[in-house]
Design a protein around this ligand. Structure first.
Ligand code: TYD
Length: 210
């Protein structure tokens, strides 16, 4: 009989635009790989060929807020079926830039999507599955907006939103963290990248390597 490998771990990164997740994701992936772990790095919306096409629409086409929420979950359904699920089953670890906490924060908190509808979609698309660990980058929206502006890149539909939108997104993220304190670790993203990296490394080591 062939022994089945233990299920891999699922780690997600969250936060408002400009909170500085990207470079820290690379650091966590490198840390895990150095420990001999087989890691798959991915992102949402996206992660599959179909998901990346949906991402293009989501980031650039205007649409009704419920259309937006359903497309986020449609991309996620595909991502789970084609990539995240099979990877975890094979024992690979998955590090994902955003997941359903982002839909709660942006579509429910930012846009005002009905919470019951969010709950229904979440229960439909991933019943019983949540990340093993979520690192939530928390930052003052004024500082985050300055970081986004300093990249000089053309802002997408979300990045063009006003400060009050990001205040609501931030609050919704923090509310979600209060409801799942074991899973969601709030990271003070106002510190230097070195300090953030050290604190994340401590969290990952304590959570998985002890
Ligand atoms: P992100 O990958 O952080 O963009 P970038 O490439 O600029 O770093 O996220 C894309 C955008 O999608 C971001 O503004 C948040 C938004 N988003 C939602 O509104 N809901 C969701 O469920 C997800 C996954 C992302």
């Amino acid at each position: 009989m062939i022994a089945t490998p233990p299920r891999g771990r699922f780690i997600t990164f969250e936060g408002i635009d400009g909170a500085g997740k990207s470079s820290q994701i690379a650091a966590v992936v490198a840390l895990l790989q150095a420990a001999g772990i087989d890691v798959e790095q991915t992102r949402e919306p996206g992660g599959t060929a179909l998901g990346e096409r949906l991402r293009e629409l989501l980031l650039h086409e205007s649409m009704h807020l419920e259309t937006e929420a359903m497309l986020m979950f449609a991309a996620r359904r595909e991502h789970l079926a084609a990539r995240i699920g099979p990877a975890l089953e094979r024992g690979r670890w998955v590090v994902c830039d955003r997941f359903s906490d982002a839909t709660f924060a942006y579509q429910v908190g930012g846009r005002g999507l009905d919470r019951g509808k969010f709950d229904t979609l979440e229960a439909w698309v991933h019943p019983g599955l949540q990340p093993d660990l979520t690192l939530l980058f928390d930052l003052d929206p004024a500082l985050a907006a300055a970081r986004v502006a300093s990249t000089g890149a053309d802002p997408d539909r979300f990045e063009r939103e006003q400060r009050d939108f990001f205040e609501r997104v931030r609050e919704a993220y923090l509310e979600r963290a209060r409801r799942a304190p074991q899973r969601i670790c709030v990271i003070d993203a106002g510190r230097t990248p070195e300090m953030i990296r050290a604190s994340i490394e401590g969290i990952v080591r304590e959570r998985f390597f002890r």
